[in-house]
Each structure stands twice: as C-alpha cells, then as structure tokens.
Design a protein around this ligand. Structure first.
Ligand SMILES: Nc1ncnc2c1ncn2[C@@H]1O[C@H](COP(=O)(O)OP(=O)(O)OP(=O)(O)O)[C@@H](O)[C@H]1O
Ligand SMILES: [Mg+2]
Length: 462
C-alpha cells in the first residue's frame, strides 16, 4: 500500500544551509518544506502538517526557542530537532529539557546521526498518533483509558477530558465520593505529553496542617522541630509530570494562601530555604465538596478557586447515569476472576435489575465492592441477588446457598464466648465458599495464614 511520505520542515535563516539540508532529507524519502525563521515555519505548518521540524536556534525574527514555545501550544505539535552552534551545550540542553525539543545536534550536522534521529522522531510520532486514534476509538465505544461509561453524561466527561488533557491548564475535578475523580486525574496525565513523567497524588485532608506544607513544598534539615533530614516536596517530586491535589476542599486556609502564591509565581521554596525552584508541574485538583459553598462559609479562598478551576470537570453520580451500571459491573468480572481464582460467567438478570435500581451513595467504588464480594461468595456460575450484602435494597430474604444464613444466627447466643462465635463464623464462611480457604479468608478480612492457624487451633486444619 502506498503511504504518504512523512513530512519535515527545515528552518534556517541561511538559504544555502537550508536548501542543502532539505535536499539531503528529501533524498531519504521525506516530503520537505523550508522556512527562514520561526514565523515562516508556523505559517508553513498551517497548510503542511509536518511530523518533524528541524530548526536552527539563532535566526532573525522568531528564533528557534520562540518557535519551540509556539509549537508547544499546538494541539498536536510536530517534534523538533534543534541544530546548535558548536560548544553551545547548555542552550541545547535547555531546548530539550525546558522547551520540549526531541533532540539536538551540533553543527555542522553529521548527516548519518540526523538520519537516525529523524527516523526515531517519526517513529515516536507514529506511535503517539496511533495511541490518540486508539483512545478516540475507545472513547466512542464506552471507555477512555480505564474509565468506563457509555451514558451521555460520561461521554460528555470523556470529551472534556480529551480536550483538556493535551493542554497545560489546571483542572478541577469535582464529584461525589467514589465517582472516579482520581481515575479521571490519572487519565488526564496519561493523555497528556507528560505521560512519561511522574504522577503524584497528595491527599490534603489526611494530614495535619503542620505537615501538609512540608509534604507539598519540602523542607530543609532543621526547618522545624522534627525535620531531621531535608526532604523534597510533592511539587518537586512531580517535576516533569502531574500533581493531583486531592481533597483540596479540606486544605487549611493558611496552606491555601501559600499554595496560591506558589501557583501564581510558578516557583516553590522548601520550608527553611531561600532557594527558589521553578515549577515544571501540571496541577490538577479534586474535591467532593462544593467549593462555592465553602467560599461562602469562608473555608475556601475564592482567588484559589479561580486559579484552580480554570477548567472544571464534574463526574456525575452513578444514580444519575444508571445505564452505565451494567457495563461497570460486568466489566470487572474478568479481572476479579483472575484476582480471586473464581469462575464467574455472568451476573444474573435479577441481580442486574437490583443493581440498576439501587441509589449507590458510594458510587462506582461501592459498586466495585459489591461485585467483588459477590464474586468471592459465588465462586463460579452466575452472581445472584443472594450474593448481595445484607441490607442491600431489594436483596431477597432467602437463605444463602447451603442454607447457611440461619445457621449463623442459630449458632450465636448471649453467653457464648467471642472465641466460640469466631469459630462458628469461620465454619459458616467455609461452608459458603465450599471449603475454599483463600476465598474464606478474604471474606473474613484475615490472611490465609491466620485462617490456617485458627483452623489448626480448632483441630480442623486438614
Ligand atoms: N468510570 C469508571 N470506570 C471504571 N472504574 C471506575 C470509574 N469510576 C471510578 N472507578 C473505580 O472506582 C473506584 C473509586 O474511584 P476513585 O478513587 O477515582 O474515586 P474518587 O472520586 O477519587 O473518590 P473519593 O472522593 O472517595 O476519593 C476506583 O477503584 C476506580 O478505579
Ligand atoms: Mg479520590
């Protein structure tokens, strides 16, 4: 099959150099156009979708660095190979590190090296394009990355995520607990050019105020009592990648002020240090609180809200997109079968109906837990309503298979010891799992080893 040749733009202010280089590159089978500076290159790009730009650095008008900066703003930029003057290593590294150039070569250009690097750049572009196409295709089939969803509400979310991911915008992800905020943040990272960099999530609610600033910004040795070693903060650790400020609505007001300053200045200082470190981090924030209400109550800074909510993505509650429940539930079976060594073939129709009717206050997380528990309980065949947790709306009051539910109640009575009750529960659970100890231990929330030890105590280990 004939394939369109890959496209390259050669940018150099010296006519002889650019024509010579363009000639060589086109002999390697590429389609080549030339430009005398950055502005011309950008103009060529509007009608010539280049895969790679080979550019000189020093040029009158928009120079190489300026061009690289402009390229970064494009939705799907070509890769840049930078040609630098001899001995200009520092500038060269800067273009690669800070301006996202693919590679640099010293002049005069060693053509075999250029040929190899060009081929690599093209290959990288091809893989990236392939990945994007794959993601698009998946999104239209009810999934984006690890996010599942075919409801109009989730399709809208996927669309927003796809639009915002390749940009550098700060994104505020909102939604009730368990709706997939963290997963959405990871998806943004995966769909961005930072995907090969680190992804860091810090939970702003789980930490005392005194620790959170040191976690975020790092500290020097002796910055405060207990700071025995110097330590990098999350902003530094996520450098080159993405930082998720999770549960941002629970961040103490003082910390909010510091955070705002860091975001505005684009620089961070470790506690107890005067040295400023320039940020290279995409910031995402997530919360299940209504920040506008928090602003009204004075617990969240309005200016920080506007800084973070440049782009807002709200994940709908599961009860508002019931058509996703079936796919979310069924989509987990294969992985859960593997995880627990089970052989569940399907979820029964009755069970699916109950799942679709339930309100899911804990959203997707609760659904996942309910399915996981049911898979362990059932072990094989199909999942039935009887495998739902006690008290689950619509769960039938029928005894569990093997008639075990009543046995437990019958076995429990005031006056018996905890040890006796424990033994009864263990025996009951083993009956449920048809003697499968790994699954029983899982249901009981203990390790298989602990279970084995207890059985040995009862003299029923073998
Ligand atoms: N659309 C989805 N498709 C598949 N799995 C999902 C989806 N949404 C959430 N999950 C899964 O549900 C669980 C909870 O998701 P996550 O931790 O992202 O929720 P959250 O909104 O951050 O919750 P919280 O507010 O409690 O922190 C995770 O196991 C996640 O993988
Ligand atoms: Mg979360």
């Amino acid at each position: 099959m004939d394939k369109n040749p890959d496209r390259v733009i050669v940018v150099d202010d010296e006519l002889n150099q650019r024509t010579a280089l363009a000639g060589i590159i086109s002999r390697w089978g590429y389609e080549v156009k030339t430009a005398a500076n950055g502005t011309e290159a950008l103009a060529v790009l509007t009608s010539f979708a280049a895969d790679v730009v080979v550019t000189d650095l020093n040029m009158p008008g928009l120079d190489g660095k300026g061009l690289l900066e402009e390229l970064q703003k494009l939705p799907s930029p070509p890769l840049a190979i930078v040609l630098t003057g001899f001995g200009n290593l520092e500038t060269a590294l800067e273009t690669v590190h800070q301006l996202g150039a693919f590679w640099y070569l010293e002049k005069p250009v060693h053509t075999p090296a250029l040929q190899m690097i060009l081929a690599r750049a093209i290959e990288k572009q091809r893989l990236a394009t392939h990945a994007v196409l794959l993601e698009r295709e998946l999104a239209s089939r009810g999934a984006l990355g690890e996010l599942t969803g075919d409801s109009p509400a989730m399709r809208e979310v996927f669309y927003l995520l796809q639009q915002v991911s390749p940009t550098t915008a700060t994104v505020l992800i909102t939604g009730e607990s368990g709706t997939g905020k963290e997963l959405a943040a990871r998806t943004i990272h995966q769909l961005s050019r930072r995907r090969n960099g680190p992804f860091f999530a810090i939970n702003c609610a789980a930490m005392p105020e005194s620790l959170i600033e040191s976690e975020l910004f790092g500290h020097e040795k002796g910055a405060f009592t207990g700071a025995v070693e110097k330590r990098a903060g999350c902003f530094e650790l996520a450098s080159g990648g993405t930082l998720l400020l999770d549960e941002i609505g629970d961040m103490p007001l003082n910390t909010q002020a510091t955070l705002l300053r860091v975001l505005e200045e684009g620089k961070v200082r470790r506690l107890g240090s005067v040295r400023e470190i320039t940020l290279d981090v995409r910031v995402l924030a997530a919360t299940n609180r209504d920040l506008r209400t928090a602003i009204g109550k004075g617990t969240f800074r309005e200016d920080l809200y506007f800084r973070l909510a440049v782009f807002e993505v709200n994940l709908p509650a599961l009860r508002d997109r019931r058509e996703d429940i079936r796919n979310l539930a069924q989509g987990q079976l294969a992985a859960l079968n593997r995880k627990h060594g089970c052989r569940i073939a399907e979820i029964s129709r009755e069970m699916l109906e109950l799942l679709e009717r339930y309100d899911w206050p804990g959203n997707v997380r609760e659904l996942r837990n309910v399915i996981e528990r049911a898979v362990i309980l059932a072990g094989e065949g199909s999942i039935q309503p009887a495998h739902l947790p006690r008290g689950f709306a619509g769960r039938p009051e029928v005894p569990l298979p093997a008639g075990a539910a009543h046995a437990l109640e019958a076995g429990l009575e005031p006056g018996m010891t905890i040890a006796d009750a424990e033994k009864a529960l263990i025996e009951l659970t083993l009956k449920h799992t048809a003697g499968n100890r790994t699954r029983a231990a899982e249901l009981l929330g203990i390790s298989p080893k602990t279970l084995f030890n207890k059985l040995r105590e009862y003299g029923s280990a073998e």
